[in-house]
Ligand binder design. Structure first.
Ligand code: FPP
Length: 240
């Protein structure tokens, strides 16, 4: 008997969806459930991130934002923090080597002050050499939304501008790419965890139990299908 392979239609994006943000949760549980140290979970998480970023670029997304390290993640054991910083450095090195393969414009969002000087230099350099590329990829490192908001309000005040929704939005790290249309969180928890609090005002929220290292391009497509099945009313009423 011939085997019939049913392939799901791949998703096609339209103007309703240009920016997806991801809370990449579940690396630690992925590792401990396999008897591995948590650092191995982050290593697998970094690989998953690269698969998802490539997929989003291929789909033609305009912007993608990922939560790689929060202002609260310093509370973790030093070994785990170092492992995440090492992964970021390795990733930046590999991106520099493969620049021609991608058209990603890298942006590192968050307060870089406490990061290793060599990591900061690599971030600056990757941002500079990719500044004319198409898809914005914001990687949040030492990022916290409350701290971002304080910084934005200070910038507005220092510039002598009136406090308004536009002036604050314009002073956020995401000023250029705008708010995410959808925020995806893996790992089963249903919270925002100090991520893009201002920008999330009208984002569609998508939660999945899948742990981040298991999250695949097909799972992104499924989240996008759910996004398109929802009706966004922005506080108004539907047209039907
Ligand atoms: C949350 O899972 C994940 C993090 C705090 C780190 C995310 C980092 C990466 C995916 C690697 C970053 C690297 C690049 C190249 C972007 P968790 O550790 O809180 O998982 P748990 O809830 O199962 O403990």
């Amino acid at each position: 008997m011939a085997l019939k392979i049913i392939k799901k239609e791949s998703v096609v994006l339209d103007e309703r969806l240009s920016h997806i943000a991801f809370i990449m949760d579940g690396n630690g549980r992925w590792a401990t459930s396999r008897g591995l140290p948590r650092e191995q979970g982050h290593r697998a998480g970094a690989k998953a991130f690269q698969r998802i970023a490539t997929h989003c670029e291929e789909l033609g997304l305009r912007a993608m934002t990922v939560y790689a390290f929060s202002t609260e993640n310093w509370k973790r054991p030093a070994r785990e923090v170092e492992a995440i910083m090492d992964l970021l450095e390795d990733y930046i090195d590999s991106c520099e080597k493969e620049l021609k393969k991608h058209s990603v414009r890298f942006r590192f969002i968050g307060d870089r002050t406490p990061l290793r000087p060599v990591l900061r230099q690599k971030m600056d350099r990757l941002e500079a050499i990719t500044k004319d590329n198409r898809m914005i990829l914001n990687i949040a490192v030492n990022y916290g939304a409350r701290s971002e908001l304080c910084r934005a309000m200070q910038t507005v005040a220092d510039g002598g501008l009136p406090i308004s929704e536009d002036s604050i939005s314009g002073a956020l790290y995401t000023a250029e790419c705008g708010d995410p249309d959808m925020i995806v969180r893996t790992g089963g928890d249903m919270r925002i965890s100090n991520f893009l609090l201002w920008q999330a005002a009208y984002a569609e929220l998508y939660f999945t139990d899948k742990l981040w290292p298991d999250f695949s391009p097909a799972d992104v497509d499924e989240a996008i299908r759910v996004f398109y099945s929802r009706q966004r009313r922005y506080g108004g009423v539907s047209n039907v």
